[in-house]
Design a protein around this ligand. Sequence first.
Ligand code: ADP
Ligand code: AMP
Length: 215
Amino acid sequence: MKLILLGPPGAGKGTQAKMLTEQFFIPQISTGDILRAAVKDGTAMGLKAKEFMDAGGLVPDEVVVGIVRDRLQEKDCINGFILDGFPRTVPQADALQASLAEMGKELDRVISLDVDAEALVERLTGRRTCKECGRGYHVTFDPSSVVGKCDACGGALFQRDDDQEETIRKRLQVYADQTSPLINYYRDAGVLLELDGMQPISQVQEKMLSLLQAS
Ligand code: ADP
Ligand code: AMP
């Protein structure tokens, strides 16, 4: 299955993608995760990307398009993939289509998660992530059993630098301006499935699986 999870920051793309990787044995490709790893490793690309990420803006298209093009060639993508946080602009979506066409592949589905702006702010300010295994939590909606510690591996939980309210509001505006046109883009392509992301995590998961099975 070749799938895109589309939606604003905090919509639950990463949370649901992790569930889908276990269900379908296909990798989650999160450009945000890949960029944060590059920042942590201090690579030239990471240093360049950091400025844009800290400001809540988008990293230039050519950088992320190159990352995804290379990642899709890896062996584990042979049976499919879940793109999480990519594409985020129309040129990125066009580039993805071109890369897939070169590989003789086509997207199956794009699932768009819809969540109210104020709920997004609440989700992002309360988001916590494990430093070791990357599992996500929420201080209220999906807390770890021991505060600050990952249930899965015992690693320390941290809050992302860009999950501060001011940067969150900037990121939501960037989504509205540059990414939301992709909803119509994929609707016109006939691959869009729309899902109400305002329900609890387990209900979104159930609905997503039944939508995918029905389509
Ligand atoms: P995204 O990848 O779209 O930016 P995440 O999956 O990281 O979003 O989710 C953002 C935060 O919201 C996380 O703390 C996560 O635990 C929480 N969350 C995800 N889905 C839901 C939901 N359906 N209801 C409440 N909180 C959620
Ligand atoms: P995310 O983890 O998806 O919330 O992404 C965190 C940040 O990484 C974003 O605010 C952007 O600065 C950058 N980023 C992630 N994916 C992309 C993308 N597809 N295009 C441009 N910038 C991206």
